[in-house]
Write a protein that binds this ligand. Sequence first.
Ligand SMILES: Nc1ncnc2c1ncn2[C@@H]1O[C@H](COP(=O)(O)OP(=O)(O)OP(=O)(O)O)[C@@H](O)[C@H]1O
Ligand SMILES: [Mg+2]
Length: 440
Amino acid sequence: MNSSAPSAASVALLQSLVERIDVGIFAVDRAGSVALWNRFMAVHSGKSSANMLGQNLFAMFPELPRPWLEKKLESVFVLGNNAFTLWELRPYLFRFPHNRPLTGGLDAMRQNVTFLPLRTSGGEVTLVCGTIFDYTDTAMAQLGLHDAIAALNQEKDAQRQLIAKLETAQNQLLQSEKMASIGQLAAGIAHEINNPVGFVNSNLQTLKKYCEQMLKLIAAYQPAEARIDDPEILAEITAIKRALDLDFLQEDLPDLIKESEDGLFRIKKIVEDLKDFSHVDEADWQHADLNAGLDSTLNVVWNEVKYKATVDKNYGQLPAVECLAAQLNQVFMNLIVNAVQSLDESRGMGTITLSTGHQDDMVWVEVKDTGQGMSEDVQKRIFEPFFTTKPVGKGTGLGMSVSYNIVQKHHGRIELASVIGEGTRFRIWLPVKQGEPAAQ
Ligand SMILES: Nc1ncnc2c1ncn2[C@@H]1O[C@H](COP(=O)(O)OP(=O)(O)OP(=O)(O)O)[C@@H](O)[C@H]1O
Ligand SMILES: [Mg+2]
């Protein structure tokens, strides 16, 4: 025993402190009998110290986690060290109702508990004192913080998705604006070329007539040659005829004019196709012949096609389809260009087959190639904006996503069949009329 035993006054002070402190304090002996039960414990458990002292703790609180607590107490008795439990790991030891409004799903007071060995003067641990600290406020604040962080994260995710959607929409808009301005440019050029082609054509017709007349005149002069007596004039005429190679000239002149006519006819056709393709005069819904649309689109991209593929056409009879024709032509163009780009030049000329058909109130347009085909993975992703397997500068990966949107706008659908090494077939189904239930 210490030489200076605590005075009665200080013991009383300590006792009153233990009673009044806002911390739960209790003590048990090795058999689990309660030796100390302060006011905090009494108030929160509803069991007074008079009722508790000398009683077995586990008998009085059957809901306690007995095996765990016994082990914990035992370790303090045997080792003589402090032990702890934190509310984050074990929310509470005693199930005490807490006196704050029940929020955030907290069902009981959160407790940090410390177990302290109490020794006799001989050093033997005869009691273990448990102190219970109320951590409910901290727990509630932390729960609130978790909720706020979760809400923030959710909002962040939503924003991220929105930004991605906006980016996609903006890029598709850019692409379709680009296509629209290409259409306008084409139409502008077509218009400008139209005038000079018109007068060259008209002049050519006149020229053709004049040539015919001149040749007629020369033919008429021919027999008169025999009657020319002046040998000087005759010699001059013969020299000129030889120098000009008149026979050849007479033969070649009509051919030249014919070829020029053909050339002009082709220029006129291209101009018409450009105008058709861009449909600048008809930006709205209209009834269009899709076979003609397919043809004019093919002519526009013919330069890219002709050295790489032969084109087979297999057109069915189609009714006029209610559509945005310029936009559908964009779809056809994307499909044809993709088909050409899929062809492996080292394998010689490929084949692109364009087919159309009609079934009930739907029409279909098909573009089939003998190109490299697509793996399953690629097939799943082709409609994603910016998905491309082509080298930088060759593909932006927007063609199919724009096409998909245009077909959607028409309440149609796109079918796809592809085999690696054999080729790909895209078939676009479109309702003949918009707004019919079957079309939806
Ligand atoms: N007929 C086809 N054969 C093989 N692969 C194709 C075919 N059509 C599309 N693909 C695949 O789908 C991808 C996406 O096509 P999409 O037309 O959207 O973009 P792109 O052709 O790469 O670029 P962009 O059309 O913008 O110039 C292509 O990169 C290609 O891998
Ligand atoms: Mg493409």
